[in-house]
Design a binder for this molecule. Structure first.
Ligand SMILES: [Zn+2]
Length: 106
């Protein structure tokens, strides 16, 4: 299991986890429950998201970037013609296989 991302709060961690779930990557949220279970700990413990399968880490990192970038863009995702992955509109290349997308206003 490898650490992927330190979230600002539980909601953000959960949203990212749900997104990774949709992409078939198993992850767990650690950290946020500690402050409740052990009152002596400092308050600035942020929840962290961990990828269960080490081999998923590189892909999960790309998805994490995509997740946060996509939230600032609008538009329909496009489907990669090579691997069939669904790619958010803010991305010019496929996150999975780096094929350029249809972003040149043909
Ligand atoms: Zn692709």
């Amino acid at each position: 299991m490898l650490e992927l991302y330190q979230a600002a709060d539980r909601v953000e961690a959960q949203m990212l986890k749900d997104y990774l779930d949709q992409q078939g990557i198993a992850s767990v949220i650690l950290g946020d429950f500690l402050s409740g279970a052990m009152g002596e700990l400092p308050a600035n413990i942020y929840p962290t998201l961990w990828v269960v399968e080490d081999s998923d880490l590189a892909r999960a990192k790309r998805l994490t970037e995509q997740f946060f970038n996509a939230s600032t863009t609008t538009g329909e995702p496009w489907r990669c013609p090579v691997c069939g992955a669904s790619v958010d509109s803010g991305f010019e290349i496929c996150w999975n296989c780096a094929t350029p997308g249809p972003n040149d206003n043909e």
